[in-house]
Design a protein around this ligand. Sequence first.
Ligand code: ZN
Length: 137
Amino acid sequence: MYTKVDHIGIAVRSLEAAIPFYRDQLGLHLEAIDEVASQGVRVAFFVCGETLLELLEPTRPDSPIAIFIEKRGEGLHHMALATDDILQERSKAIENRIRLLSEAPLDGAHGKLITFMHPKDTMGVLLEMCQRKADPH
Ligand code: ZN
């Protein structure tokens, strides 16, 4: 089951340039900056109620975010819905012929398992499903 909008992903060329707007102009709390080497991104998380705004900065020219910015400029990149069972949501999507962009859930930023759905199967939105991994004991 999907439970909330977990975060909104926004592609930016530079975290250093984008952070002051979100922090100082909008007054949002910068919770963390994280690097996901496998995706070639650095990510800044701002808290807005129960939802995070995730600013995504490419760390190399072949990263998916670099390619996105190259084609479309900075801006809204994806929306993520939290689920309590990502494997079940993956199976349901596959049954309904919604294409998934990975063979298995990937490690995302912020200790989450993530899977993207193909925008051609979701009315043009790059939708992510994500599940927080169990807290380590
Ligand atoms: Zn995301």
